[in-house]
Design a binder for this molecule. Structure first.
Ligand code: ATP
Ligand code: MG
Length: 356
């Protein structure tokens, strides 16, 4: 965009905006903001996903009620999944998980990416104005290829589809973690290319801003960052024996009972901190430092806290599983709302390029 001065990408601060600030914050105007979060249906969600991302995403529905859009990125998942039943199941699981964790269909719009096929058409229109050299700079593309995922055209052009997802709903704010900052820059670039090529001075596609909202970094069973691909996760809806076995198996330092423990370097403590009240955390830290607690006992108390923290969500999930028709209804309603907006944006674009 001409005259657009973007801040450097290196070190965004928490809560800072990349791009322009949303208009409501700039002018105190009542114009509603719309935010959009995409979730890949790529496997069972874990505590890292929850405390690092989902929790912050769900807060947005209270910030922008009625304008918090969540889509389940099943088109995107096709770049790494070739199992149709698994993809179907995982797509539904994301819906169940988010609804159980508190997504309120009265405040948020939840839908499957594939229920709005218009994004694929917009993605094509964007492809015609985007240089290949931009896509080749994609950090996530390079990283995935390095990890051995075949370099399909889909993997390379992933940012085009992601940009289409954002632009088609005219999202104003996109919450991102560190790894997605570049994608939002790409999205703004692509919208700029399109507007320059076809806008005749008008903004056809709205440039979104990214809101940098890093969650807490959650350690896994082995003390490394909790990650599906490291096989060190505790999943959100795990319970009973299976949860117990995982918690009791968390790797800890070998320190004899009665000796002081360091809460700052311990995984059990780091997880406890996520699910206990500040007073409880302080008390636990005191017991660690004074040698009044051993790892075995700390694990038991962590287990109790995890059970209590997710009890309601587990209950809600069970109820949803017993009423899948309701879940389908929510997804259909979300798709209806999202698609109406998408159709409008796409028609403007089709008109601008001369195919409508
Ligand atoms: P993969 O192993 O395939 O990278 P993952 O388990 O790391 O999967 P992602 O799909 O990469 O999960 O992440 C989804 C979201 O959860 C992202 O916003 C990411 O930043 C966040 N996230 C993932 N793991 C953690 C973690 N251990 N701590 C905090 N946030 C996390
Ligand atoms: Mg990851």
């Amino acid at each position: 965009m001409p005259g657009d001065r973007r801040p450097p990408l290196d070190s965004p601060r928490a809560g800072s905006y990349i791009g322009r600030m949303p208009s409501a914050e700039r002018h105190g105007s009542p114009k509603p903001e719309r935010d959009l979060s995409g979730i890949q249906p790529s496997g069972e969600l874990h505590l890292g996903n929850y405390f690092g991302a989902i929790q912050q995403h769900l807060e947005l529905q209270h910030e922008h009620p009625g304008e918090a859009f969540f889509f389940i990125a099943n088109y995107h998942a096709l770049t790494t999944t070739r199992d149709r039943e698994l993809l179907r199941q995982r797509t539904l699981d994301v819906a169940l998980d988010y609804l159980a964790l508190g997504l309120d269909p009265e405040k948020a719009v939840l839908f499957r990416q594939s229920d709005v096929p218009e994004v694929c058409e917009l993605s094509w229109l964007l492809a015609t104005v985007t240089p290949v050299s931009l896509l080749e700079k994609g950090v996530s593309y390079k990283e995935k290829v390095q990890r051995g995922i075949p370099a399909s055209a889909g993997l390379l052009t992933y940012p085009l589809l992601m940009a289409a997802d954002i632009l088609i709903y005219r999202a104003t704010v996109v919450p991102v973690g560190e790894d997605q900052v570049q994608h939002i820059e790409f999205t703004r670039d692509m919208a700029g290319f399109f507007n320059n090529a076809y806008g005749r001075g008008e903004e056809i596609l709205h440039l979104p801003v990214a809101r940098f909202s890093p969650g807490k970094k959650v350690p896994g069973l082995d003390g490394q960052k909790m990650s599906k691909s490291y096989g060190n996760t505790i999943t959100i809806f795990e319970e009973g024996k299976s949860l117990e076995k995982k918690v009791m198996g968390i790797k800890t330092a070998s320190i004899p009972l009665g000796e002081p423990l360091d809460p700052e370097t311990d995984t059990v403590f780091a997880l406890y901190r996520l699910v206990a009240t500040p007073d409880e955390v302080e008390e636990m830290a005191r017991r660690y430092r004074s040698g009044a607690i051993g790892f075995g006992q700390a694990k038991k108390e962590l287990l109790e806290k995890l059970d209590a923290h997710f009890a309601e969500a587990r209950e809600r999930r069970r109820a949803l599983v017993a009423n899948l028709d309701r879940v389908e209804e929510i997804l259909a309603e979300g798709a209806r709302r999202a698609r109406a907006i998408a159709r409008e944006t796409l028609d403007r674009c089709r008109d601008a390029v001369g195919i409508l």
